[in-house]
Design a protein around this ligand. Structure first.
Ligand code: ZN
Length: 133
């Protein structure tokens, strides 16, 4: 049972950095972060993100720490693209967030889900092949 808890924790940590707004602690744009997460949550169904994750090819892992770093770098590289696809307009103290480029958000998200799911499958395999003492 302990091994599954470890896997759960490791998988959570790994999947978290698959979100570009989590992969870099510097300059966290909370407005875009919150908007992006809610937006993706609302499109899980019509973008078929579950299917994308299910079909994602496994990425084999030899070192979980390196896998987290690689995924964080992969996702961070999409941060600017996402940022420019989401628009925040300030009117005095108020702001309005809107989608400037839905196609980009969708395409980037599909790539991120695919990569993150691939690494997660690799992590599960790693845990199966390397049982903790
Ligand atoms: Zn978040």
């Amino acid at each position: 049972m302990k091994a599954y808890q470890e896997l759960g924790r490791a998988a959570h940590y790994l999947m978290d950095v698959g979100n570009p707004y989590h992969s870099n602690l510097a300059n966290p744009d909370k407005i875009k972060h919150d908007f992006y997460e809610e937006y993706v949550e609302n499109h899980v169904g019509d973008w078929h993100l579950d299917l994308e994750a299910y079909q994602a090819p496994k990425i084999s892992i030899s070192n979980p720490k390196d896998a987290v770093k690689s995924l964080a770098k992969f996702s961070h590289d999409f941060r600017d693209e996402l940022d420019s696809a989401i628009e925040v307009e300030w009117v005095g103290p108020y702001y309005f967030v809107s989608v400037k480029d839905e196609k980009t958000i969708k395409q980037v998200t599909l790539k991120l889900v695919r990569k993150t799911a691939g690494y997660t499958k690799g992590l599960i395999e790693y845990f199966n092949n390397n049982p903790s003492p």
